[in-house]
Design a protein around this ligand. Sequence first.
Ligand code: ARG
Length: 470
Amino acid sequence: MSRQRARTRAGMRKAWAGRLAGRTAPLVEAFTTSLPVDRALYPHDIAGSVAHVRALVRARLLTRAEGARLERGLGSVRRELERGQFRFHAADEDIHMAVERRLTELIGPLGGKLHTGRSRNDQVALDVRLWLRAECEAMDATLKGLQRALLKLARRHENSLLPGYTHLQRAQPILLAHHLLAYREMLARDRGRFRDCRERADELPLGAGALAGAGFALDRPFVARQLGFARVTANSIDAVADRDAAAEFLAAAAITMVHLSRLGEEIVLWASEEFGFVELPDAFATGSSMMPQKKNPDVAELVRGRTGRVIGALVALLTTLKGLPLAYNRDLQEDKPVLFDAARTLREAAAVLTAMVPKLAFRTKRMAAAADGLLLATDVADVLVERGVPFREAHHAVGALVREAESRGVALSALPIDAYRAVHAAFGDDVLAVFDFARSAAARRVAGATGPEAVREQLALASRCLNIQN
Ligand code: ARG
């Protein structure tokens, strides 16, 4: 047998073949493997191994020449993975074993020194943190993109009036810009949550070993610097048992997805015949296979529909964690399918909304018409308040007025002044001037309100945050 083939055979031996002489049942291999999922971690896994090799050299556990050969070998493995030339084996079990197996095939028994002072437990904890850090950054950019799209749309609708709703009943007139900027705020908080998550994930777990800490004097701060970590974890047991950063990521993702879902829901409502506030762009709508007249908001519906998956991911991980004794348990392997799926789902949902939002054509006339006179009932009450009437009394009077208008089948603004006087003596002739939406909006000038001035301030602030020039 050639040396090469003997090496390959040796490389395929299970890491624990010393302890377990019998072969693993193929059913068990298939059941326990995480390779189909965690192969996505390979760039992080290899980066972590390179930093570990350098620490081994520094600790004189490897010579410089050995370290260089290991690094070169890891580089070759990375290139094979990048090019899709890497051949996984059924026995590889996970990405960590696959990389080490291939490394050993390429450079020989020296590959067996890579795992000195390391366990897959601290290795996988490291990979997950590296992934989380990168994903939090990518998520920030994705959500910022959606904020920009919303802001640009808001700037086109600084003067578009529509009814604002509470209990899905028309409540008060608002500006569409104001409504859209509400989503910008939600996304700003979401971005903050991903930043917090990144900050707490920013600790190096490598060096924790299986759970008790590495048995060699590895310079952990040195490794942390190599990988750009702010700190090293303080407790080796916690370091391998902890998946808090993953849970935080999923919590942030679930909350963000709930926000996107609410936006999706509003798009569905607004695109309905009943509301008719928005016309969906053809490229973002679907037809019906049966009813020729249909134009369906499937994109918005699927954003709403996929939210369950992301919430489910959070619940799945927390459920996995809740019964686990310290420290590492194989259950923890279940963190990755939910993390990866939730991240992909959220990013895709945000991306499709970012593309669709600028193309939403609002029917501003119809929106304004829906903001009819009844929406100014609060303003009518405010007229009395300005004359010293207690708000409760004013509210009562205007309530009676609305009932009167309803029984006569006319708009509030169409009631004669006598009807106003009948409910409250303090009403003067000037009350009808209230029925001016511009005036109503203009009165709402406190910070954060729907008045044009306050909205302009919000727009300016948002533009500054998102670096959008005027
Ligand atoms: N595939 C495992 C995971 O994702 C890696 C760690 C396995 N460690 C072990 N002792 N079995 O969690």
